[in-house]
Design a protein around this ligand. Sequence first.
Ligand SMILES: [Zn+2]
Length: 198
Amino acid sequence: MASKKAHQASGIAAGILAAVIVVHRGAGGPFQLLAMLALVAGAWGGTAPDWLEIAWWRKKHRGKRRLWITHRTLTHWGIPWVTLLWYSYVSLNSAGWAPVAFGFAAGGLMHLLTDWPNPMGVPWIFRRHSLSMWRSGNLEFVVILLSWSLCAGVADGLLFNGVHTTRLIALCQSQLKNFSGDAVTKVIPRQFIRQFKT
Ligand SMILES: [Zn+2]
């Protein structure tokens, strides 16, 4: 699994996104309290699939908590998380629990997304599926960055019709052009050649 820290970090991103959606839908309640709770629930949900499988009521075994089910099975199943997300979303303006459940589900789904790339994979629908991109704990920085970018992109799309994301992509493209135009083709080879001359 991705480390707990990575799950916490991506859970917070999911929580912020959930809070933005709650506010956007006008379901934040007095002082946007429910939106804030959605944020906290998102951070909490970000680690949920891992702590939900721990048998808290059983004694520790060699200093470690035992699991009551196999790691990454039921609690990492995509269908219940997606169902909860959908159901709480449609209930946002009619049920008081909905914003919190919505944040929690957003965090849980983000957890599944961050577990997805490593070899063990995640049972989204029926069988485990893995993106097989890296080993557990590797490239955590990428996981965190991707989760935050994803949430920022969705929030931007929702609030500003994606203006900032489009601008950022355009900026990256132009920078990339400059980079490949100057740095790669001109500067680097020159430096590289110079090394051998001196
Ligand atoms: Zn996990």
